[in-house]
Design a protein around this ligand. Structure first.
Ligand code: GAP
Length: 454
């Protein structure tokens, strides 16, 4: 490996090859927003699918949900976000720049160096909008700051419609919005991002064991995505740093190009959220400091059929950022390899299930009717396997195609040449070893399936 990767290298690759672009770029951009391009959308979807498969399909105790982004203020009042979802903001009185007080490394303004800063004041990170044609105090709504809250507000709907009993979970993937004071480090801290969240409801008392189990399970999942345990660190959040709903939180920290930072948080949210959103709270045995609620029309609890006793479950919440996941996976996969004699190649050694393109089919000669016809049939047949995108690459430049597909992480290139016309076989080239082998066209589906569904 020739070079250490830097954020600049990753940003450049993402732009050059069409993974990630600055949003609103042609109008000068809008800070803290990014768009996923043709390859980025595939990589991001593949990561989300891998999460969904492991959380929902591979288990029988988790159900899925896709709830609204616009959120009634009452939800975020009783979740505690209206009061506490803030970061400490300071202004520089000299140059008018704004900073997060807890991220300043010195008492001076990072922009102009002045020590003339305001005292920190709480700044609420939630975005507001208005719903309906009249914009007044009754029409305002929030863009959700986490996907979790509508999992809690739908708790009874899911229990009633699926007859789930404890322990069980509800999983959701979707956008969240935070008006970050200082978005930075590419897609690491942005104002519009995606989360993959599981709320796993458990019997109070079993919460601490489940918390440990979920931490282990999430570490194993990241390893399957190509982010090995050795490159992750667990941070047991000290009590004075815990979110208002949390009894204990373990952050999975990853060494991003800009430093060791949170990739995923796994919190023990106790009965705080379900309890806070429930009516008739005095009838419930709620342990933590829930918000007093006279507006909810629902009891978010489970009743034992025999004893008739109501239990407000505790919640263990593994919450991962999709965008931070994409950044970690790209960072792990990116390599510049020394090929000797002054030559090198850039490879994105993504796990094949995450690769934006699963295989490229390349006719040796551009627009050659016979070769392109066979390549096109191969593409169609492999595409039918539904393993992901298969690309027909009619460029006629094999060397250039191999380089491009190494750089975007395509695990397999399939070359159709003049021998193919005689013997129905093709050359396959492995991205990681660069080995080339001959294989019958009829054996390609099995070969590709083995490679992708490992
Ligand atoms: N529901 C719990 C929750 O939202 P969080 O630690 O604030 O907890 C969970 O967020 C995850 O969401 C983080 O670990 C991170 O991966 C991602 N995330 C949070 N804020 C983000 C931001 N501004 N930009 C990108 N990802 C973010």
């Amino acid at each position: 490996i020739l070079t250490a990767k830097t954020m600049e290298e990753l940003v450049a690759l993402c732009k050059r090859r069409g993974f990630i672009f600055q949003s609103n770029e042609i109008y000068g951009g809008l800070q803290g927003l990014y768009d996923y391009g043709p390859l980025g959308v595939e990589l991001k979807n593949n990561l989300k699918q891998a999460w969904w498969r492991s959380m929902v399909f591979d288990r029988d105790d988790v159900e899925g949900l896709d709830a609204s982004i616009l959120t009634k203020p009452s939800v975020l009042k009783f979740s505690g976000h209206e009061d506490t979802f803030t970061d400490p903001l300071v202004d520089c009185k000299e140059c008018n720049s704004r900073w997060r007080a807890d991220q300043l490394k010195t008492p001076n303004c990072p922009s102009c160096g002045s020590s003339n800063l305001t005292d920190p004041r709480p700044f609420n990170l939630m975005f507001k909008t208005s719903v309906g044609p009249v914009e007044d105090s009754d029409s305002f709504a929030y863009l959700r700051p986490e996907t979790a809250q509508h999992i809690f507000t739908n708790f009874k709907n899911v229990v009633d419609s699926t007859s789930k009993s404890l322990p069980f979970g509800i999983a959701q993937i979707g956008k969240a919005f935070r008006n970050e004071i200082t978005p930075r480090n590419f897609i690491f801290r942005v104002r519009e991002f995606e989360q993959m969240e599981l709320e796993f409801f458990v019997i109070p008392g079993s919460d601490e064991d489940w918390h440990k189990e979920w931490v282990e399970s999430r570490l194993a999942w990241w390893a399957e995505q190509g982010v090995p345990k050795d490159n992750l660190e667990l941070y047991h959040v000290p009590s004075d740093e815990l979110a208002h709903y949390s009894k204990a939180t373990v952050d999975i920290m990853y060494k991003f190009p800009h430093g060791l930072e949170e990739l995923e948080g796994i919190a023990n949210r106790t009965d705080f959220d379900l309890g806070s959103h429930s009516k008739n709270q005095d009838e419930l045995d709620i342990n933590s400091s829930v918000m007093e609620n006279k507006e909810s029309n629902s009891r978010l609890a489970i009743q034992d059929q025999e004893t008739k006793k109501w239990t407000v479950p505790y919640v263990i919440e593994p919450s991962a950022g999709v965008d931070r996941g994409v950044l970690a996976v790209l960072n792990e996969a990116y390599k510049v390899e020394d090929l000797g004699e002054g030559k090198s190649r850039t490879v994105l050694a993504l796990r094949p299930h995450l690769s934006p393109i699963k295989a490229a089919v390349i006719p040796l000669k551009k627009n050659h009717e016979g070769l392109v016809g066979i390549a096109s049939d191969i593409k169609k047949n492999l595409q039918k396997l539904r393993l992901g995108r298969i690309l027909l690459e009619n460029t006629g430049n094999i060397g250039k195609s191999y380089r491009r597909h190494d750089e975007i992480g395509t695990p397999l290139c399939i070359t159709v040449d003049f021998e193919t016309l005689e013997d129905d076989s093709v050359t396959i080239r492995d991205r990681d070893t660069m080995e080339q082998n001959r294989i019958k066209i009829s054996d390609l589906p099995k070969y590709l399936e083995n490679l992708i569904v490992k």
